[in-house]
Structures are given as structure tokens and as C-alpha cells.
Ligand binder design. Structure first.
Ligand SMILES: Nc1ncnc2c1ncn2[C@@H]1O[C@H](COP(=O)(O)OP(=O)(O)OP(=O)(O)O)[C@@H](O)[C@H]1O
Length: 244
């Protein structure tokens, strides 16, 4: 049963030190359920570190991360979260379908789940190919298919559209929207601002801090421009002036 009360993710004063330097400087925010929340920001701003903290694989220095009402990393969350990293976790010497059947078995997902997720990511035709023979974009989608196994309540996807052509990117964003309509919560990271408009909500990170947190419309309004890329630049400038 989905627990529909409370936010999907609640983060309070999260600090993370990596390699001796603080990379997240006290982040506080919530992610609502049943929406696509975009985690945006330039390369190196801390998106992956934040995602790792949410899925419970990052040692956090201080602060709290609660996911679906449980502390991040709780064993109870394992089957409720689908996670895809930037590098596809796929066995290259197995076929695509064999990979999915294997991961479905590990997760205790239904027998037909492998075919279902393959269809959802638009890879139905490649089931019998060796994963090692897939293109980069196909591999990324195969890794997304693994994250979809078992129909998790929360999907955390680190740059799922990197390296995809515009048509595939659009297909994937449609899939994200339709999952959200079914009540799934999605956190999707990207460093391209043109994907921001497709999210219900945006958390914009810069240098380990939250630069903006709200809807795309709210962000446009706050920055006084309809172009989200320009809005981002204005917010950066505004912040620099405040600091000075
Ligand atoms: N294993 C590590 N050890 C030490 N520092 C790290 C490690 N991984 C990342 N960092 C540092 O942490 C900071 C945040 O990195 P992170 O990977 O979270 O950023 P990102 O926004 O996901 O970037 P990208 O979009 O390039 O993946 C960077 O300054 C990076 O150099």
C-alpha cells in the first residue's frame, strides 16, 4: 500500500563532506508525492551526492533525510525505491531480457515484470540482444528499465536522458509524466535547463546550495523572464550581489 500522507522526501540541514571538502552545505527541502521533481544544476554542484543521500548510499555528515516516512537507507525502503545511476548497472554478457529477469528475481518482482518494463522504456525489440551490443542511449534505457522493476513508489534517476536524441528524450519525459499520473514520485536530475520546463517542481542546486525551489512558473516569475535558462542566470547573479 502506498502511504499517501506526508512528503515523499524530507531533507533537513543536510551536510555532506567528500574527499575532505564539504560539498552539500546544509540543504533543507521537501519533495511532494506523485510529481516529477527536477534536480538541476551545473556539473559538480552536488546533484549525485544529494541523490546518493536520498537513496541511502552516501555517508552524511549531519542533518536528516527521510524517505517515504523512513530514514534514508532503511531496509524497508529497498523495494520502494527505484534508482538508476549515471553508469548503467547491466551485465554486458547477458541479453537485455536476461538482465531484467535476473534483477526482477533479486527484487522479488513478478515474472512478467521484465517484459513490462522493457516495453515501457521502448526497448521491446532488443530483449534478445546482448546488453554489451546496445548503444549508449539504449544502455541508459535498459538501466532505467531495471529501476522500474517491481513498480517502486519512488524513482530516483540520475541524468536519465544524457546522450539521448530529442525524440527519445521526449518519449522518456512522457513516461515520467505518466508514471507521476499513476501516483509515482520521481526525482530526476539533469544539467540541461531545457528539461526543467517538463518538471512539476524544480530544485536548483549551485555549489552545494539550493539556489531555487519551486515550480517552473514560480521560478520564471521570480526571475522576471519566461526563459528558464535565463532565469537560472539571473538568480545566480542576484545571489552573487546579495553575497557581496
Ligand atoms: N568520490 C568522491 N570523493 C571526493 N569528492 C567527490 C567524490 N565524488 C564527487 N566529489 C566532489 O563532490 C562535488 C559534488 O559532486 P557531484 O558528483 O555530487 O556533482 P554533480 O552535480 O552530480 O555533477 P555531475 O553532473 O558532473 O555528475 C564535486 O566537487 C566533486 O568533485
Amino acid at each position: 500500500m502506498m502511504n499517501l500522507s506526508g512528503p515523499a522526501i524530507a531533507v533537513r540541514d543536510l551536510r555532506v563532506v567528500r574527499g575532505g571538502a564539504e560539498v552539500l552545505h546544509g540543504l533543507t527541502f521537501e519533495v511532494p508525492r506523485g510529481q516529477v521533481t527536477g534536480l538541476l544544476g551545473p556539473s559538480g554542484c552536488g546533484k549525485t551526492t544529494l541523490i546518493r543521500s536520498i537513496v541511502g548510499v552516501q555517508i552524511v555528515t549531519s542533518g536528516e533525510v527521510a524517505v517515504l516516512g523512513e530514514p534514508a537507507g532503511s531496509p524497508a525502503l529497498r523495494r520502494k525505491i527505484g534508482y538508476s545511476t549515471q553508469s548503467a548497472a547491466i551485465y554486458r554478457d547477458l541479453t537485455v531480457l536476461e538482465n531484467l529477469r535476473y534483477f526482477a528475481a533479486v527484487l522479488g518482482a513478478g515474472k512478467d515484470d521484465a517484459e513490462r518494463v522493457l516495453e515501457e522504456v521502448g526497448l521491446a525489440g532488443t530483449g534478445r540482444q546482448l546488453a554489451g551490443a546496445l548503444s549508449g542511449g539504449q544502455l541508459g534505457r535498459a538501466s532505467l528499465a531495471v529501476a522500474l522493476l517491481g513498480s517502486p513508489e519512488l524513482l530516483v534517476l540520475d541524468e536519465p536522458t544524457v546522450g539521448l536524441d530529442p525524440v527519445l528524450r521526449q518519449d522518456l519525459w512522457r513516461l515520467f509524466q505518466s508514471l507521476a499520473e499513476r501516483g509515482v514520485t520521481l526525482v530526476v536530475s539533469s544539467h540541461v535547463m531545457d528539461e526543467a520546463a517538463r518538471c512539476h517542481r524544480l530544485i536548483i542546486l549551485r555549489e552545494g546550495e539550493i539556489l531555487a525551489d519551486g515550480s517552473p512558473d514560480g521560478l520564471r516569475e521570480r526571475a522576471g523572464t519566461t526563459d528558464l535558462e535565463e532565469a537560472f542566470l539571473r538568480l545566480v547573479k542576484e545571489k552573487a550581489e546579495r553575497v557581496r
